[in-house]
Design a protein. Structure first.
Length: 101
């Protein structure tokens, strides 16, 4: 009986983090998008991060800027990981404040 309880407890503990995982959506502003391939490179960088899906892209208020809306599983990655992937290709990026209230 102890083995059954121990096995059950370990199984629950193994899946508990997944139960608390949450899908998040964030907007990330990216600069220096000065050519058509820039947006492609940034999008490829973001998609290379586990669980990241790009939902939308809009041009920013100034030339060379854009805002990506991305959804990801926060148990698999973080906003910082997405920003780091973009920055690794030479594009400045930052998360925009969450405006949902």
């Amino acid at each position: 009986m102890k083995h059954v309880l121990l096995s059950s407890t370990l199984a629950i503990a193994a899946f508990a983090p997944a139960a608390f995982a949450e899908e998040r959506t964030v907007e990330i502003a990216v600069g220096e998008l000065t050519c058509p391939s820039c947006s492609f490179i940034v999008a490829s960088s973001m998609r290379g991060v586990p669980s990241v899906q790009i939902d939308d892209f809009v041009d920013g208020p100034e030339y060379g800027q854009g805002v990506y809306s991305v959804t990801f599983d926060d148990a698999e990655t973080s906003v910082d990981s997405i920003i780091d992937a973009v920055a690794a290709n030479g594009y400045p990026a930052q998360a925009l404040p969450d405006t949902a209230s």
